[in-house]
Write a protein that binds this ligand. Structure first.
Ligand code: GAR
Length: 216
């Protein structure tokens, strides 16, 4: 099967990036990472990429305050130069602009640690605990022009326990993120994601093993 060439945009530690790398190396994911791009020079994600001989590029946002379009044009240039077909945001802490979205229509994915549309933005586990919701989780979605919006591809549900802290909840959600991001990328690679207005359906349907409702 043809491998989809992905570009991963990161800002920090890169545990989701690592999960994708590991699943590719295990032969579970028909993808190759063409480039990892960070807006932060000291992002540990860049080390992770280098450790696996993946091109790691820092594109500084210095001098681009109020010029998001110009910054995103740099991203587009780098991604296109590397032949990227699918862009994966993995803890990329910048708001992206129509410049990037127009260059990769329905070809940008994001992972977010809540059951969207609940709790977009930052500090989401804290918000979930404050609201007293009984379930949270994570979402992989196509990116549109909003913040943490866009057609939802796959979600995993994580029950919230009475003694949960922000940290314990984040840890359990992250374990599920590491599974569903690769699953969504694989469905994309297989050409099985059909987007109609705001709904994504999976051609061939979801089987029990890729439905990812409540995960053990
Ligand atoms: C992940 O929890 C991801 O869902 C979140 O940042 C973290 C990055 O962790 N992304 C967002 O909140 C996007 N709005 P990682 O660097 O270890 O993958």
């Amino acid at each position: 099967m043809k491998k989809v060439r992905i570009g991963v945009l990161v800002s920090g530690r890169g545990s989701n990036l690592q999960a994708v790398i590991d699943n590719i190396e295990l032969g579970l994911l028909a993808a190759e990472i063409a480039v990892v791009i960070s807006d932060q020079a000291d992002a540990y994600s860049l080390e992770r990429a280098k450790n696996h001989n993946i091109p790691a590029v820092h594109i500084s946002a210095k001098g681009y305050k109020g010029k998001r379009d110009a910054y995103d044009a740099l991203l587009v240039q780098e991604l296109q130069k590397r032949g990227v077909e699918l862009v994966c945001l993995a803890g990329f802490m910048r708001i992206i602009t129509p410049v990037l979205i127009a260059a990769f229509p329905h070809r940008i994915l994001n992972i977010h640690p809540s059951l969207l549309p609940a709790f977009p933005g930052l500090h989401v586990q804290k918000k979930a605990l404050e609201h007293g919701v009984k379930f949270s989780g994570c979402t992989v979605h196509f990116v549109d022009e909003g913040m943490d919006t866009g057609p939802i591809i796959i979600q995993a549900v994580v029950p919230i326990l009475d003694n949960d802290t922000e940290e314990s909840l984040s840890t359990r959600i992250l374990q599920q993120e590491h599974k569903i991001y690769s699953r969504a990328i694989q469905l994309f690679a297989e050409g099985r994601l059909k987007v109609e207005s705001n709904r994504v359906s999976v051609i061939g349907g979801l089987t029990e093993s890729n439905a990812f409702l409540i995960n053990p």
